[in-house]
Ligand binder design. Sequence first.
Ligand SMILES: Nc1ncnc2c1ncn2[C@@H]1O[C@H](COP(=O)(O)OP(=O)(O)O)[C@@H](O)[C@H]1O
Ligand SMILES: [Mg+2]
Length: 373
Amino acid sequence: MFLTKLNLIHFRNYKKLDIKLSPNINIFVGDNAQGKTNILESIYILAVTKSHRLGSEEHLIQFKEELAKIKGTVKKDVISHNLEVDISALNKKVFLNQTEIRKISDYITNLNVILFCPDDLEMIKGSPANRRNVFNVEISQFSKEYIQCYNEYNKLLKTRNEYLKQLQSISKDDMYFEILTSSLVDRAVFIYQARNDFLNYINQNIGDIFYHITMKKGLRVEYQPNIPLNSFDAQEIKKVLTKKLQDNYQREVLQGTTLYGPHRDDFAFFLDNNDLKIFGSQGQSRLAVITFKLSEIALFQEKTKTTPILLLDDIFSEIDRKKKNRLLRYIQNGIQTIITTTDLKDINARIIKDAKIFDVAGGIVTERVKSDE
Ligand SMILES: Nc1ncnc2c1ncn2[C@@H]1O[C@H](COP(=O)(O)OP(=O)(O)O)[C@@H](O)[C@H]1O
Ligand SMILES: [Mg+2]
């Protein structure tokens, strides 16, 4: 799948933008605060209808304007589709081939993207909550069942926690508590399994890709659920979690909260059995997260039968010349990629020659004309 055209009107610092993208590598070069990330953000919104950045949607509309429009043409096999997202202070509308689509879930399958942004480094250095969020964002992109189950789990968890607090002063309705707990455990089984499958999939690729780019072996991610599991077999998970909850009932009432379950999950990156959270340099961590994202491509291809578009924001800082070029060579294999950077220093002339380069300055984008053409 390729995004062939992008058109912005009154989006962030773009009054009007009209560009044609290459199906291979596209690089947006410019100083800070010129509008590079805004471009990636617009493509991300065109795909999933929401920004990856915090802040209210009104900020997406250019100052003093009423309506921002993001339009793009997506080519899948031989068919092209026109996508459009209109954002006003009051609402947001999405269109497929000029027809408004009312159900967001019907719209978001048209363009698949994988985004790396500098905040994704939180995947390593941030809190376990950051990492659980990664599970939810990534897995829900190809499993509707997962989001549904996760939402049900959260509702049950909230109800159970409220009941545990009440149990500090009222007597227990055994039947009610039993149903609440077993319903929670049922959802937990599905979530543990989905997360384990996801990380297993990542692990099939992450080591090789990381080696390809860094010449270092042994990168892997490790799932760390907060219950001691011998396997991810449904019966095993059910048994272990139920027992943990039973054994800790008094503590749970005392603390008024559910102490075990996937809401306390974590995972970690290991390089040669060293936890990157503790031992990883900035550059190593950045490459580990980028490699994690690259590992998802194969998963996407299997689950959705299409190759997503890669959006890489500011990926080159703290990465040395060799690794930059190896990374670029890796993604040249038929994956449309849109990269932002402050400079093209260190990048091989060959790669630059094969890529489309766009200069970004103050909300104006100029495609660089190659001197030898
Ligand atoms: N709603 C908006 N209207 C106009 N300009 C905006 C709006 N939102 C952000 N900007 C401008 O966009 C610029 C930042 O763009 P960004 O893409 O994040 O820069 P970078 O090139 O560093 O990635 C800033 O100059 C900011 O003032
Ligand atoms: Mg930026």
